[in-house]
Design a protein. Structure first.
Length: 372
């Protein structure tokens, strides 16, 4: 490693920031790194944390847009090091463990992620993490991220990590809040095969008169929404298959020979069928949004969208609409001898045509934001 930048987001951290900076200085004095820098990103502090930081001769950058993600993105943007490390300013992450990250970087790894949980050798001190975060929130969100995106890290919300800046710059980032931690680790994972997870210890922070910035419910739901919207393509297809299965199960119970067959079985069949179709559309839409937002590419899906653009979809939905109207008129005119099937086929095609054009319109709206 030739150079290292350490980025620390800071919002009213006067109680812990000096401990962090002292530890960083101690570690860097022992490491043989040509160029190092410490970047404190002031996210609107009103206490003495920035005055304290200035005593350590560090680079201070102001970021007026509030949010963990905004602060880190700004700090990393201004980092000049070959590698970038970041962690919090409350001394919950022990910067004396920075040498572990440096060692792995020198071994050739591009991405080094900390893990606080025992299953990967980490440790969480008593009082360092709320019970709900330790046993429910973090494990659940890490599991969901691993399931939906296929990444190998076990503690995606751990905010102590190091990576090559060139790997980071292969991607663009849009998250402003705490969910940036998840977006960042997903995109780093897909940008290199040289990654490793190392055990670290989470300590009780130095806060006495202030509270942490992580908001359990709002930040948790933001992250969950982020994971579901960007990684739910396969689960959506599974749900689609389940609804289609039940649709056919109820379909066999419908007596089409009876003119009064519009019973509950028929209605459930239709409802499940359209739900299945809608989950397919949602999977396609979420997959396209995921591609546009910089996640893993899907060449097969891009070919589908290239073929099924707005013009073709409009033409196809118009033809289906005309055919469905013909089938519904056929109930009275009996041009084709379809019996009661004319109604169910007509209604089904009518519903599919409406779903098709509405969902393609949604995708077309997304196209406007593609370049941005």
């Amino acid at each position: 490693m030739k150079s290292l930048s350490i980025v620390i987001p800071c919002l009213n951290e006067e109680e812990g920031i000096s401990f962090c900076l002292e530890k960083i200085k101690r570690v860097l004095q022992k490491e043989n790194i040509e160029k190092t820098e410490i970047i404190i990103v002031d996210n609107g502090s009103t206490d003495k944390s920035i005055e304290i930081a200035q005593e350590f001769n560090v680079k201070i950058i102001k970021e007026n847009k509030k949010g963990y993600g905004n602060a880190l993105r700004t700090g990393i943007k201004h980092a000049s090091g070959e590698f970038v490390a970041f962690a919090d300013a409350d001394d919950s992450y022990d910067f004396l463990e920075l040498n572990k990250f440096i060692q792995k970087a020198n071994e050739g790894y591009d991405v080094i992620q900390g893990c606080r949980f025992k299953k990967c050798g980490g440790n969480i001190h008593d009082g360092a993490m709320p019970f709900s975060h330790r046993y429910f929130g973090n494990p659940f969100l890490s599991f969901m991220t691993k399931l939906f995106f296929g990444i190998k890290f076990n503690d995606v919300y751990c905010g102590f990590r190091m990576f090559k800046k060139s790997i980071y710059e292969k991607n663009f980032y849009f998250s402003n809040g705490m969910e940036f931690a998840v977006e960042n680790i997903i995109k780093l994972f897909f940008s290199t095969k040289k990654y490793v997870e190392i055990p670290i210890t989470l300590h009780r922070d130095k806060r006495k008169n202030t509270i942490g910035h992580l908001k359990t419910l709002s930040d948790g739901f933001k992250t969950l929404k982020f994971i579901l919207l960007q990684g739910s393509q396969i689960p959506s297809l599974i749900l689609s298959a389940i609804f289609m299965f039940f649709s056919f199960q109820y379909y066999h119970k419908v007596d089409f020979a009876d003119a009064s067959y519009l019973d509950s079985n028929f209605l459930i069949t239709v409802a499940f069928f359209f739900a299945s179709i809608q989950f397919i559309f949602f999977s396609l839409y979420a997959n396209l949004a995921s591609i546009y937002l910089g996640f893993k590419k899907n060449k097969f899906l891009l070919k589908i969208y290239k073929f099924l653009n707005f013009n073709q979809a409009l033409l196809l939905s118009t033809l289906l609409l005309i055919f469905s109207i013909f089938l519904l008129i056929n109930i009275k005119l009996e041009i084709l001898n379809l019996g009661n099937y004319s109604l169910i086929i007509g209604l089904t095609i009518l519903g599919v045509s409406i779903q098709l054009i509405m969902n393609v319109l949604i995708v077309s709206i997304l196209e406007f934001f593609k370049k941005n």
